[in-house]
Ligand binder design. Structure first.
Ligand code: ZN
Length: 150
């Protein structure tokens, strides 16, 4: 019984490793919210992997595999209003109860905003902004080193 259980756990781990490797290969940039996001995820295999091994282990794998393969993995603070923010105009709704799957933006008039897609776009945009800032910092450090290191 115990051995059976171990074997199944191993299989789950293998499946998760395959999935995270695939995600890293297929995407140059991966941005994720730093909390459990089962409500935001429509990708079935991803949702399953999260429930199998947990969000923390999944993001850990993504982080080190991104490093291996020269990809960017960035985590967005859980305080970021990815669900409440309209991707089109930046308007932030007061509340966004979990049972609301589609909404209309009262600021820019966009109708039928898909909650999950909108949140995913916001997370990716925020992730890219963070990476752009990190690039600037790297560039600045390089120039600074160049000036003083001669
Ligand atoms: Zn809007």
């Amino acid at each position: 019984m115990a051995r059976l259980h171990t074997k199944r756990a191993d299989q789950r781990r293998d499946a998760t490793h395959k999935l995270t490797t695939q995600l890293i290969h297929e995407n140059q940039v991966i941005a994720a919210e730093s909390l459990q996001v089962k409500n935001l995820l429509q990708n079935r295999s991803l949702s399953k992997a999260i429930s199998d091994v947990g969000w923390h282990q999944l993001t850990c794998q993504l982080a080190y595999k991104a490093e291996w393969y020269g990809r960017d993995f960035v985590q967005i603070d859980k305080g970021y209003p990815s669900s409440k923010r309209c991707f089109h105009c930046g308007y932030i709704a007061d509340t966004m109860p979990l049972d609301i799957r589609r909404w209309d933006c009262s600021a820019c008039g966009t109708r039928g905003i898909d909650r999950d897609i909108n949140a995913a776009r916001n997370i990716l945009k925020a992730g890219k902004a963070i990476l752009a800032g990190a690039d600037k910092l790297r560039h600045h450090e390089q120039t600074t080193v160049g000036h003083t290191g001669g």
